[in-house]
Design a binder for this molecule. Structure first.
Ligand SMILES: [Zn+2]
Length: 266
């Protein structure tokens, strides 16, 4: 039992280049489980390979909401930097073919920030297919959404998805509270001290609905600093302050929350 990071990108080349050091730092900080999230087929493949060689890492495989319609975005002439080549249909098939090998489906979701409105329906069709797959396989879902939080929530409620974690939820605190009241979890990143929204969520959410994440290498506690899973310890320390309780009590609560969603102890 220990601390955990439910949303990391250890396969990002900046972290992958320092894999042994990053994992050693996490262990030293008391982290026992890191869920590395996949973005597209080549990344999913790297996530599964990494999980196979490290007991600390558990794989989530998915299709990043922008990647889900990237081929169509490129055909429209949208300027978005692609980091891998794949066909959307093959990307969905990859997740379907490997669902038994992962502990969660993620990251998946809806992104209305980067994706033009003409493609929102198609993006949602592909998202629904992955949600359905997760529900049929009884796997938790890790959600990324940007400027589409309400729509994402409506789809998940309509489809009856209950094992859901919202990564880096950044819309209105009020909707965040409704999401938690509906039974979903929200993971708070390591830059919480600098974000009014994340602080209010960490303070106000039902404690049994809080999880920790880093989204590393992004969203470091300090600007410009490369983030890594060890930084969840910073967030756990801050939760103890905000909740006015001990570090042990925070860790016990978080462990129980993790197990309630993922079905195994962190
Ligand atoms: Zn992510």
């Amino acid at each position: 039992m220990g601390l955990f990071d439910v949303h990391a990108h250890l396969t990002d080349r900046r972290l992958a280049a320092r894999e042994a050091e990053v994992l050693a730092n996490a262990r030293a900080a008391g982290v026992t489980t890191i869920i590395s999230n996949g973005l597209n087929p080549p990344d999913n493949e790297r996530v599964l390979a990494l999980a196979a060689r490290s007991d600390l890492v558990k794989p989530a495989i998915g299709l990043y909401p922008v990647d889900a319609v990237l081929t169509e975005m490129e055909a429209m002439g949208t300027d978005y930097k692609r980091d891998a080549s794949f066909d959307p249909e093959e990307a969905l098939q990859y997740v379907e073919d490997h669902v038994d090998q992962c502990v969660a489906i993620g990251e998946i979701g809806l992104d209305h920030y980067w994706v033009p409105s003409e493609l929102w329906d198609l993006q949602e069709q592909r998202f629904r297919r992955l949600v359905k797959l997760a529900m049929e396989a009884d796997k938790p879902i890790i959600i990324h959404t940007r400027k589409a939080e309400q729509r994402t929530f409506d789809v998940l409620v309509e489809m009856g998805a209950t094992r859901v974690n919202w990564h880096c939820y950044s819309s209105k605190v009020k909707l965040g509270m409704r999401i938690a009241a509906h039974g979903h979890w929200l993971s708070i990143p390591a830059n919480v001290r600098k974000s009014d929204n994340f602080r209010r969520l960490l303070e106000g959410l039902p404690r049994e609905k809080v999880l920790l994440e880093t989204d590393c290498p992004y969203l470091g506690p300090e600007k410009g600093e490369l983030n890594e899973p060890a930084n969840v310890a910073v967030t756990a320390g801050y939760a103890a302050e905000l909740w006015n309780t001990s570090a042990d009590a925070v860790q016990a609560q978080l462990e129980a929350n993790f197990e309630a969603l993922f079905g195994f102890a962190p």
